[in-house]
Design a protein. Sequence first.
Length: 190
Amino acid sequence: MRWLGWMLALSGACVSLSSWGSPWGAPEPVRSIEITRFYTGRWYEIERTPMHITDNCVAGTTDYSRLPDGRTLDTDACRIGTPQGRLKTFVGPVTLLNPGQNTQMRVSYVVWHLFHIRRVYWILDHDDGYHWFILSDPSFEHVSLFSRGPQPPAADVSRMRDELRRWGYDNSKLEKPTQFASPQDAGSDR
């Protein structure tokens, strides 16, 4: 049984390394974030790297709101199959990992009211008007492109994709799960 303990310790170390990135991971975020402009309201997921947790998810959104104690709450949501499909959500408080820059965060999602799943995200870049941003995990394996509207201008999407390409990310990995039926469908059940 001692080997089982070693295997668990080694797998934990591997998970830890992949969670925090490596010298070949994500680029450093380009510019700092103004908390009151970024961490508030709804963002729409325009493109993303496919992962098991988002299989069959469309119309993805991230909402940031303030809790009574002043902390920020992250609510990630999508619809299963179609824009009218069942709502799937993950909710958790945000902890900023680099106060002042505000570009690196940890979200502690609560799953089934029992488990906490912690994810670290970096906001790699955003535009001056806070109309779009590029999100990545520190390892640069999973990337998402977000916009303030469900149908961003093509120029904004091109700029985000150009940034990723410049950083060496293979844009062919991205999927486009948007499929927002209408602005009211994107916001229902909230």
